[in-house]
Design a protein around this ligand. Structure first.
Ligand code: ATP
Ligand code: MG
Length: 210
């Protein structure tokens, strides 16, 4: 991951996910947060070996990386990092954030880890979450299917209990998930307009999710 802070004080976003496949829900989340928090860059970090996602049905990491790259191409502020897919280990966010901090070797860069509401609701199940919550700032965004009031309460609780730096942001609700897209492809239903056309074409060309 290459990032040079030219202004002396930079803020970047890191967004983890399986991205199987990446869709407009992910892209709107990243762009809204970039804009609302004035972040210089957003790094999408496709998971190599995602925890809690039962290995078998996950698409090859290189293919998920390619789709993430295709989807981020049109935004000059989006980058895709190979930091998790280069490793054979289970992709725990705590390790990724530590590695990113080592690579940046720069205290001028403030890291914001970007998540949707479902991820924030389960964050206490993540590896070493107490330490993780102290390593960087977090941004939790609304997501259809998760009650916004519950999210607000959870964030207040995480702040109080763990002294976490965690922000809540409301974004346009897109009820899109990778699971739904995979099911649509498998069942031969249309999955147009839920993700970039380049990714749609890539899925068809590589016969994914059939
Ligand atoms: P899956 O159905 O396979 O779990 P997903 O659509 O939830 O896929 P992930 O790769 O699991 O996508 O999500 C990565 C991150 O993006 C998570 O923090 C998740 O909360 C967030 N996210 C995904 N889709 C949306 C959406 N539609 N709105 C807001 N946040 C989202
Ligand atoms: Mg998910």
């Amino acid at each position: 991951m290459v990032f040079e802070c030219k202004t002396g004080r930079c803020k970047i976003g890191i967004m983890g996910g399986t991205f199987d496949p990446i869709h407009f829900g992910h892209l709107v989340l990243a762009e809204e947060i970039r804009n609302n928090f004035d972040l210089e860059k957003i790094f999408f970090v496709p998971a190599g070996v995602p925890p809690h996602k039962g290995d078998l049905n996950i698409t090859d990491k290189e293919l998920r990386y390619s789709m993430t790259l295709l989807a981020s191409m049109s935004n000059p502020n989006f980058e895709v990092s190979k930091i998790e897919i280069e490793s054979e280990e289970v992709s725990y966010t705590i390790n990724t954030i530590k590695r990113i901090k080592e690579r940046l070797k720069n205290d001028d860069v403030e890291i914001f880890f970007i998540t949707g509401a479902d991820a924030i609701m389960d964050i206490e199940l993540w590896k070493d979450y107490k330490e993780l919550l102290g390593l960087c700032s977090f941004i939790g965004a609304t997501r259809p299917g998760i009650n916004a009031e519950h999210l607000e309460k959870k964030i207040a609780y995480l702040r109080e209990t763990y002294n976490a730096s965690i922000h809540l942001t409301r974004i346009p609700g897109l009820a899109i998930s990778s699971t739904d897209i995979r099911n649509r492809v498998k069942e031969g239903r249309s999955f147009k307009y839920l993700l970039p056309e380049t990714v749609e074409a890539f899925i068809i060309k590589n016969n994914l999710y059939r």
